[in-house]
Design a protein around this ligand. Sequence first.
Ligand SMILES: [Zn+2]
Length: 283
Amino acid sequence: MSNTGKKGKTGKKSPRPSHSGRPVSVKKTSSEPAANSVKKKKRKTSRKNKPLKFLRKTVMILIFVIVISAVCALGYGFFEMRMEEDRIYSDETGSVQENDGNSGPEQWQEEGAPYIDVELLTPNSYSRPQIPIEQVNYIAIHYTANPGSTAMSNRNYFENLATTQENKVSSHFVIGLDGEVVQCIPTSEMSYATNSRNVDTLSIECCHLDDTGQFNEATYSSAVKLTAWLCTRFGLTADQVIRHYDVTGKDCPKYYVENPDAWIQMKSDIAAQIQADYELQGK
Ligand SMILES: [Zn+2]
């Protein structure tokens, strides 16, 4: 037998229980005044508007965050681009400290270098093969064996080899009769100047007035300054400054092969300049 629909002992119908468990009268109360129902409606609609307002606020905040993020991302992208440009410039000029974003002829001069006119050769297999130098161990001094020629004319001769294809020869730097310095190849790449030592040597060609091959005062001074500054950049000593002659026995640089005392003096001047440069650089 089922218990459903079982009435109380008195037979009277039990009052319907509310959710709170309190008895609720079944009988409906009289209808409420009209004003009250309007208020209720209003309350209802304002309750309906609340989530809408919240949603609107959330969307506004989201848009704000997205805009701020986009601005930050753009700014960072621009900063990265500038850094990359600096790095590329550094690479092209063969700077050792590639990411300092501070390298250039003026900065190098402050470190003791002579002014360097960076006139890089167009990459080509006859004078700028773009073969990387793993480590710089030597700096080699040469003479052009072409009396009276200028630094730029020697640089342009290397450049034209791409067209004439008559020889494979070049130099990282050429120093002219007025002491001007032209850079043809980044120090991170090989030049064709010092034969078997090309792999780890930076080359400097020096112009000269006559067949003796002796450097004039301006050329000599720039050669000492450039060599010393390169030594400080690559952590070399004057003992790592060599003549082309020391590698192949070739009569180059002529005057400084035929006059060993002049070579000893030049190395001594370079050693003194290295010290002066380190002091200038605060090292
Ligand atoms: Zn040489």
